[in-house]
Write a protein that binds this ligand. Sequence first.
Ligand SMILES: C=C(O[C@H]1C=CC=C(C(=O)O)[C@@H]1O)C(=O)O
Length: 430
Amino acid sequence: MSLPNIEPHMRATPGALPRTTLQREDAPLAARRSPDLSNCFMLHGAAQSLAATGVHKPLFQDSTHALTGCCDTVLGALDPDWAAAPLLVGAMPFDRDAPCWLYQPQTMHTIDSLLAPKAAGCAPAGGDSAQVQAVPDRRSYQDMVRQATARLGNGTAEALRKVVLARSLEISRTTPFDLRRLLRHLMNDASITTYCLPLPGPARHAAASHLVGATPELLITRRGKNIKSLPLAGSLPKQANPMLDQAATRRLLQSAKDLQEHRVVVEFIADLLNPLCANLAVPAHPSLCSTASMWHLGTHINGTLKHPDDLATSSSLALAARLQPTPALCGAPRDAALTLIRQLEPFERGFYGGTAGWSDNTGDGSWYVAIRCAEIQGPRARLFAGAGIMHDSSPAAEADETAAKFSAMLRALELEGLELFPTLGNTASR
Ligand SMILES: C=C(O[C@H]1C=CC=C(C(=O)O)[C@@H]1O)C(=O)O
């Protein structure tokens, strides 16, 4: 039987810039030898590529709350004559009160030159044994889900309708992870956008720290007056058996829990974008989107801005700051969900669940949801994965979903099979 609405997600990244725009011939591309990756920003998807190292000019390090009021000023502070590019790159964290890291980069690169293997590259990950700790472990995560379901959906209009609960996986080994190798592995999945961003760190002499991931979710992209968003929510792990996999996708498209979990996100985004748009097209039903390891419900939202020249409200930077974080990563209502996340999750999310992207001085740009990722610092990696919890969520199914969401990164770190680690892993069936 053929499947309805299947889209090879992101194969044509909505509204993304053509590669040539970001790899301008006149830009001072670094010499052909591999650059130092200690301050590397990279976005690479089917329709756009951006790679930069170094910081030419820090532009904004206050909270996302503060950023919403001054995006025109921040973009106005870009050095327009800087030959590398008059564009800002960086990230906003999950928590709107935590500091952003937005800056104008020093040097632009092609992806090929950035990721060319060093002559004496790091040893493959293989022979090195890794220590792994799930925080929280499977049982504690299921307890968190139970506590959340008890608080969800009591029927009142202001009640908590959805919360996204995450867990992390702390991995350490003796040899440093090879960032280039990891990025090249992630880029093998053409359905996602691979990203790498430098994390501002307290220790000046500590190894550089980066958030590295492969996201299927577009927060917002803007090209002139046209905007697009592709929120995802409602997921199932892919099955190795094609018959079981087809059955799983049919279940997902008909699952009342997943459709409602998805609807909450779409309504939130539409409500925030509507006042800024002359028109906004929001399909009534989601489509199936996929990565190498997951199925998701996704909705392609398209709009036309009323005032694209107003960088304070309608630049891609301002739109991202307004939307971030959507209920795909936080919940609804946003503040109540955030309060519950702070009570239940035993770690800081940092930039996981935030957004990574770029904006140029005309306001065009793209911002992706920072999921399916890991903080990498030398021989340590901290992976993150979350799931949307509704009042009728099954704790075991949500734990399975987070384990499946770890798998792409574990594979890229050459640690496949760890998603079956007892305190982390999948149950036999959902
Ligand atoms: C929170 C994550 O996924 C979000 C994005 C897509 C689908 C989701 C879900 O079905 O729960 C999550 O909302 C994550 O990957 O860590």
